[in-house]
Ligand binder design. Structure first.
Ligand SMILES: [Fe+2]
Ligand SMILES: [Fe+2]
Length: 267
């Protein structure tokens, strides 16, 4: 099974650029072409939040058009830039989306069980998992000991970039860690939000963050470094599950690069 994880697409309405500069819709269009061209083709796409920039209906309509060419199902969870009501309205035919309340769900039918979590606190940058959301997760994890991945927007750990660590999963991270520790079949905790590829051993499993399909956060590990972005190569995460081997993660850059060529001088 091959899982493509896209994150932090920050889609604007048609004709609008993010910060009057970054063509986030075009970056997502490139990622969709890239995913469809991969061989083997991913079985599923997980989109880990900040799907659009302002939570607006015209942005979600644009996102929908941009995702439509995907040759495989896509599953959405909200980030801090999203709004539940407008997201639901735009994707009313996505049957996995709960009609009310938090946007959490389990996806069956693949070798790895996929559980989406909703860390959104509307109007805030940081994330939270309350008793209701964590209780739901604990019940789902208790249903099956099959290999499972969790996907959510806000990482539950400090990554060393201070401005993001101040707005990570600030509420519920320790209780989430306790639940994950009790369920060792959680193969991975897949996050977004930081716009960089990052990994950490966490709660007895691996927690990872996917890069953005558009702009990346500046890698500045100095204390209190200001929040800023860099136009480093956009990308996505590819998680390959093989029975007997487990889950291995690659970063795939979506631009055009020289190669491939053999590991020797070209004649
Ligand atoms: Fe983001
Ligand atoms: Fe975010």
């Amino acid at each position: 099974m091959l899982i493509a994880q896209i994150s932090d697409m920050h889609i604007k309405a048609p004709g609008e650029l993010l910060y009057r500069r970054i063509d986030t819709p075009n970056h997502l269009a490139c990622a969709v072409v890239h995913i469809n061209a991969l061989r083997p083709r991913p079985d599923v796409v997980l989109a880990t939040g900040d799907l659009v920039e302002g939570g607006r209906a015209d942005e979600y309509a644009h996102l929908r058009d941009l995702l439509a060419p995907l040759a495989m199902p896509v599953f959405l969870v909200p980030g801090n830039h999203d709004r539940r009501a407008t997201l639901r309205e735009a994707f009313a035919d996505h049957a996995y989306l709960p009609a009310t309340g938090f946007i959490q769900y389990a996806v069956e039918g693949f070798p790895v069980r996929l559980i989406g979590l909703d860390t959104l606190v509307e109007g805030k940058g940081h994330g939270a998992l309350c008793d209701q959301r964590l209780g739901w997760l604990e019940a789902r994890l208790g249903e099956s000991a099959r290999p499972t991945v969790l996907f959510l927007h806000h990482p539950p750990f400090d990554c060393g970039i201070d401005s993001f660590d101040g707005m990570r999963l600030n509420e519920g991270a320790e209780r989430l860690a306790a639940i994950v520790r009790r369920h060792p079949h959680v193969e991975r905790v897949m996050c977004g939000h930081v716009h960089r590829p990052i990994q950490m051993r966490w709660a007895g499993t691996l927690a990872s963050i996917a890069p953005s399909t558009a702009h990346q956060a500046t890698l500045d590990l100095q204390p209190d470094a200001p929040l800023s972005l860099m136009m480093e190569p956009p990308g996505l995460a590819l998680h390959l599950w093989r029975s007997g081997n487990g889950l291995v993660t690659h970063v795939s850059y979506t631009g055009t690069y020289e190669g491939p060529q053999p590991f020797r001088p070209l004649t």
